[in-house]
Design a protein around this ligand. Sequence first.
Ligand SMILES: C[S@@+](CC[C@H](N)C(=O)[O-])C[C@H]1O[C@@H](n2cnc3c(N)ncnc32)[C@H](O)[C@@H]1O
Length: 205
Amino acid sequence: MIDIKTQNKWDRFSFGYNLMVATGAEKRWGPTKKAVFSRMGEDKKILFMALGTGLDIELFPHHRDITAIDISPKMAERAKPCVDAYQGNIDVQIMDVHDMPFEDNSFDQVFTACTFCSVPDPVNGLRSLLRVLKPGGELNMFEHTGSSHFPMNVMMKMMSPISSMIGPAMDRDTVSNVKQAGFKITRVENIYMDVVRTISAVAPE
Ligand SMILES: C[S@@+](CC[C@H](N)C(=O)[O-])C[C@H]1O[C@@H](n2cnc3c(N)ncnc32)[C@H](O)[C@@H]1O
């Protein structure tokens, strides 16, 4: 079942999303995201969670076979020109990560970008990704997380209830959530303090 409250929130945010993200400070993360996505394997079954308005697509390597999901039809509708322009195959499906109809062990790799600050129940969402990944399959993430440093941690905790009403939460401990979901962490890289991070993990064999 789709979480309608979350779907409505992201449908509403879809109108201003590109203006806020594509032209703002977020643009600077392009090279890091591109490096993460460069791990998309040519012969791999890839799940991209969550597509948003498709801003990440221009950073994907060409000629990959990608299944991309998102809970918001309006975000995905905005992604259509980028999906159509992609030199490769992207199959877009509207679904909630908590309730994916894919069989167990369906994918070799999962990629996320700025996603697990947005999923309401991150540990269960990550468990769902673990279920659809093959044993030994890879999770590659680019994520905004909460900080462990004062005063950033306090500020982010205070801002999070407000930011999550319209968009993402700001205080997620995504590394710990990935571990709690049952993944084995292989690498964490801090891109900006401990707030913007890349996280790599594998599904246990
Ligand atoms: C901050 S946006 C990131 C989009 C894109 N990856 C980017 O970096 O521009 C978060 C996305 O997560 C999606 N999302 C939130 N909760 C979800 C869920 N439970 N299942 C699937 N997608 C979800 C939202 O619709 C939104 O498109």
